[in-house]
Write a protein that binds this ligand. Structure first.
Ligand code: PLP
Length: 429
């Protein structure tokens, strides 16, 4: 595979941008080698600047659930852009977006648009703190909620990939306000709330953890957290930046039938444009400025082009059978990967929910952070490169979930499993 143009671009980028990239995991540092540079994308495929095609299981880290460059999304963006890129006054698309989100996710009574998932989570904990008058927040080990100071404590995603779950630059006075819990441990949660319940403003969790690969909540776990928060007067925040509209039209909260107080969104609701949102119970959201005293603002928030891309994507996601079809494809892929690994004599397990999966190099069922980090990372690296050179792009990290889109056909999945058969054999050597 010729990747010389990508190599030249990376060589130019390295002295100018930290690690040559604008977001850490893109740099391939944890898997070795160099990233490829995208020229364009369409459907299930990414095309690099050297003309190579990759079946893409990242989908820009989540937003592209309808497939890349979906004609309806592109048309919505082009049409809207012709009328102006940003107004700084309200526009009708923001209202339609708020109506759409609150209709699709019943726990949202009010919503505020922001520009990224990080902004959404930062704002949500501010609301939790402002509304309760308490300072501490609880997060789960291995969960990632963006790069806000309070969240870079035992964080997942790139922080975990690079072995930097606690970042320099986060004042300890602030980090000390973040309490952490092991994911899926009911007793630890009970004990923490028993000890600190009256100091805890809120608990934030990825209801399906997609930033330490893909970990599902154990039966009753989210319900237990719901009960603890209610009992101790803490705000339960579901971070659905990744799972929102992906695993079900109403997100993970619909899948597991748990009602959080606040929810954060990003990715899919922008259809590939920079967007985030947070929302939830009316009495909490009415405390946000200018309705209330908790300050939060944004020059580009509710940007019309971003709203148009998000609305067009959500329109596709709302179609009957959308998630059922994605679920079937996810099973097809994961069953195929498990079989291919078994044939190659490589121990592998998968976790899956509709349109989202985790592949673990272990023979154990994985549902804790400790298990996720104990998997065979070297085998993963060989597997990753084995796929890449055969034109299949999985996340360049053992701690990121994989994503399917509506554009991934059965043929794409067959081709992926075929490539995986070879890549597993190489990983077995
Ligand atoms: N929350 C979760 C669950 C995420 O997966 C991410 C990003 O991957 C974020 C928050 C941060 O979103 P953003 O990268 O848009 O700031």
């Amino acid at each position: 595979m010729n990747t010389s143009t990508s190599h030249d671009l990376f060589t130019r980028a390295l002295p100018l941008m930290p690690g040559g990239v604008n977001s850490p995991v893109r740099a391939f540092a944890s898997v070795g080698g160099e990233p490829f540079f995208a020229q364009r994308a369409e459907g299930a495929y990414l095309y690099d600047v050297d003309g190579n095609r990759y079946i893409d299981y990242i989908g820009s880290w989540g937003p592209m659930i309808a497939g890349h460059a979906h004609p309806k999304v592109i048309e919505a963006v082009m049409t809207t852009a012709r009328d102006g890129l940003s107004f700084g006054v309200p526009n009708a698309l923001e209202v339609t977006m708020a109506e759409t989100l609150t209709r699709m996710v019943p726990s949202l009574e009010m919503v505020r648009m922001v520009n990224s998932g990080t902004e959404a989570t930062l704002s949500a904990i501010r609301v939790a703190r402002g509304a309760t008058g308490r300072s501490r927040i609880v997060k789960l080990e291995g969960c990632y909620h963006g790069h806000g100071d309070s969240f870079l404590v035992k964080a997942g995603s790139g922080a975990l990939t690079f072995g930097l779950p606690n970042s320099p630059g986060v004042p300890s006075a602030l980090a000390d306000l973040t309490l952490t819990l092991p994911y899926n441990d009911l007793d630890a949660a009970t004990a923490l709330f028993d000890a600190h319940g009256d100091e805890i403003a809120g608990l934030i969790i990825e209801p399906i953890a997609g930033n330490m690969n893909c970990i599902l909540p154990r039966e009753g776990y989210l319900q237990h957290l719901r009960a603890l928060c209610t009992k101790h007067g803490a705000v339960l925040i579901f971070d659905e930046v990744m799972t929102g509209f992906r695993v079900a039209a109403g997100g993970a909260q619909q899948l597991f039938d748990v009602v959080p107080d606040l929810t954060t969104f990003g990715k899919i609701i922008g259809g590939g444009m920079p967007v985030g949102a947070y929302g939830g119970r009316r009495e909490l959201m009415e405390q946000v400025a200018p309705a209330g005293p908790i300050y939060q603002a944004g020059t580009l928030s509710g940007n019309p082009v971003a709203m148009a891309a998000g609305l067009a994507t959500l329109e596709l996601v709302r179609q009957p059978g959308f998630h059922a079809e994605l679920e079937a494809r996810t099973h097809l892929l994961c069953d195929g990967l498990e079989q291919a690994a078994a044939d190659a004599g490589v121990a592998v397990t998968t976790n899956r929910v509709p349109a989202m999966f985790g592949l673990f190099f272990t023979d154990q069922k994985v549902d804790t952070f400790t298990q996720a980090t104990a998997c065979n990372i070297n085998q993963f690296k060989t597997f990753f490169h084995g796929l890449l050179k055969r034109g299949v792009y999985f996340a360049p990290s053992a701690f990121e979930a994989g994503f399917l889109s509506a554009a991934h056909s059965e043929e794409d999945i067959e081709a992926t499993v075929d490539a995986a058969r070879h890549a597993f054999r190489e990983a077995a050597e």
